[in-house]
Ligand binder design. Structure first.
Ligand code: SF4
Length: 440
């Protein structure tokens, strides 16, 4: 059972899907650094690809993603044609170096594009990068998902899918601008299973306007009954000053911090009680799922897509705003669609901003990742350990962390505070705290 310590959650912290975080990205890093990083990829370097489809059938009010409405066919077609050029352009630079083991389609909603267009992109990416049998994953919006899409996924060999569910409660769905009847979600799961998708993730949310504990518990029970292999349970972050579309959400109906903490704890108890393994601080998986196996074997990782069993050291992001990750570099493509089109059409890499990772950054990145994924990390290689221990003294006094020499260990009850604890290792915090959300 978790104990609520509001003072420990008072400061917003990053989600640490990278370190340094995107808040540290600057203009001084771009296509030249990306080109040099691609040059350094060795023939046997493990590489994963991420293809960004920034379109959705309907835009949900809570969404902070870089996505737009898929209502203009010409705009969609132009984007896909350019993405196809970018795939070939980046593959040419790699010239056969790197072993691509995974290709992920995200967005936005990949199924906002036509199924044949998806299949064409998947086949092109496999051929261009010489990926013979990659693990293919796709983010799916149940709204509008159909048999033709499932067929395309089966042909492409997709084995992982992640569904944006958020809540099964019709009233809450209306309150967040994402109406999708239970029957549509069930039909999507049926189609995905029929297409041979082995692992299905449901994204759920707590902390929604007007959401009660009972409503959250009902959504979790429904997800378990539908056979979700994985669940990611996120707290809704209301930041309308950063995401203007959230202004449509009734801020007065949002659960307060204590209620949010209670809902995060409820989700954890309900899912572990239903036989799911906790993965990191907000994911859950059936014990036989690949991510649960990776977690048990100490191979769990964290990247831009959240907790993952993907162990590749290089992630190449393709599409407007997509982020690439190399051991010594984080770099993001142009967010502005027009500038992204121009860069790719002129044969340039579209990378526009990012951050070089110093060896100290890389040490800290590894420690933060281990704390979040394994619940412990050896800080022997990090300077300023005494200052970190001082920052964590209040957590130690509450038995949420303890030290064994230079190894920092989190207690199981420290899970809701994991991001805050990890932030003690972060060199950059304090610069822009309002860009982040509460850890719970
Ligand atoms: S479907 Fe997903 S990406 Fe698209 S608007 Fe809704 S939450 Fe955002």
């Amino acid at each position: 059972m978790w104990t609520y310590h509001p003072d420990l959650l008072a400061t917003p912290v990053p989600r640490y899907t990278s370190y340094p975080t995107a808040a540290e990205f600057g203009e001084g890093v771009g296509s030249a650094e990306m080109a040099a990083a691609l040059e350094r990829v060795e023939p046997d370097t493990e590489v994963s690809l991420y293809l960004h489809i920034p379109f959705c059938r309907e835009i949900c009010w809570y969404c902070g993603c870089n996505t737009g409405a898929a209502n203009r066919a010409a705009r969609l077609d132009a984007y896909l044609a350019r993405l196809s050029e970018e795939i070939d352009g980046v593959a040419r630079r790699l010239a056969g170096r790197g072993k691509v083991g995974r290709i992920a389609f995200g967005g936005g909603s990949p199924n906002a594009i036509a199924p044949h267009a998806f299949l064409q992109l998947a086949e092109q990416a496999k051929a261009a990068f010489g990926a013979t049998a990659p693990v293919l994953s796709v983010e799916v919006d149940p709204r509008g998902f159909d048999g033709a899409w499932a067929e395309a996924m089966a042909k492409a060999g997709v084995s992982r899918a992640s569904l944006g569910v958020q809540t099964f409660d019709a009233g809450l769905q209306a309150a967040i601008g994402r109406v999708q009847p239970r029957e549509d979600i069930a039909a999507t799961v049926g189609l995905l299973r029929g297409a041979g998708v082995e692992s299905i993730n449901f994204d759920l949310m707590y902390g929604l306007p007007g959401q009660t504990d009972d409503a959250l518990a009902a959504s979790i029970a429904e997800s378990v009954a539908m056979g979700a292999d994985r669940l990611a349970v996120f707290g809704y972050a209301h930041v309308p000053h950063l995401i203007p579309r959230q202004r449509r959400i009734d801020a007065g109906a949002l659960p307060d911090a204590a209620a949010r903490f209670g809902q995060a704890a409820l989700a954890h108890d309900a899912l572990t009680g239903a036989g799911y393994d906790p993965i990191g601080f907000d994911h859950f998986a059936r014990p036989g799922d690949a991510i649960a196996v990776a977690a048990r074997e100490g191979r769990l990782r964290r990247n831009f897509q959240g907790f993952t069993e993907d162990e590749a050291e290089v992630l190449i992001g393709l599409g407007a705003s997509a982020i690439s990750e190399f051991p010594d570099l984080l770099v993001q493509n142009e967010k502005n669609a027009g500038r992204w089109h121009m860069a790719v059409s002129s044969g340039r890499l579209a990378a526009a901003r990012g951050v070089r990772r110093s060896s100290d950054d890389q040490w800290r990145a590894a420690v933060i990742e281990e704390l979040l994924c394994q619940g412990q990390a050896d800080l022997a290689g990090i300077s300023g350990r005494a200052a970190i221990a001082l920052r964590l003294a209040r957590f130690a006094a509450l038995n949420l962390v303890r030290w064994e020499g230079s190894v920092l260990l989190l207690a199981p009850e420290a899970l809701p505070y994991a991001r805050v604890i990890a932030s003690a290792v972060d060199q950059y915090r304090g610069a822009a705290p309002t860009r982040f959300s509460s850890a719970v």
